[in-house]
Design a protein around this ligand. Structure first.
Ligand code: FES
Length: 117
């Protein structure tokens, strides 16, 4: 659940423009809205109620178009219409995020320990 929403899942697309053309993100948002409506997930009482939003940045800023799915903050990069259809089918409809399309989070850098003198 999300604040002020009955949505079980929230899909975010970056439209800032540093990672991808905002027009491409807008087309993906429209495609997502159509998929949500086609499957009836726009009904607030649907057990898999899903919403889509545009956001200013998802902190990746490359590999766009960038998409994030909550809960879990799972990120997908280089999303196009075909990948979106696969992600929607697997992750949104079947709760099985397609691992091969997930954009991994960077590993924390190791900080070298200082030698005591
Ligand atoms: S500009 Fe798209 S993720 Fe930052």
């Amino acid at each position: 659940m999300f604040l002020n929403s009955s949505a079980r899942k929230r899909i975010l697309f970056c439209i800032k423009g540093n990672c991808a053309d905002p027009a491409d993100a807008a087309a993906l948002i429209a495609q997502t809205e159509a998929l949500i409506a086609r499957h009836g997930l726009d009904a607030p009482d649907h057990p898999n109620h899903t919403v889509v939003s545009a956001v200013n940045c998802l902190g990746v800023c490359q590999n766009g178009a960038v998409m994030m799915v909550h809960p879990g903050a799972i990120r997908y990069g280089n999303v196009d219409a075909e990948k979106l259809a696969r992600i929607f089918e697997a992750h949104i409809l079947n709760d099985t995020p397609p691992a091969e399309l997930i954009l991994p989070y960077p590993q924390p850098k190791k900080i070298p320990s200082k030698k005591r003198e």
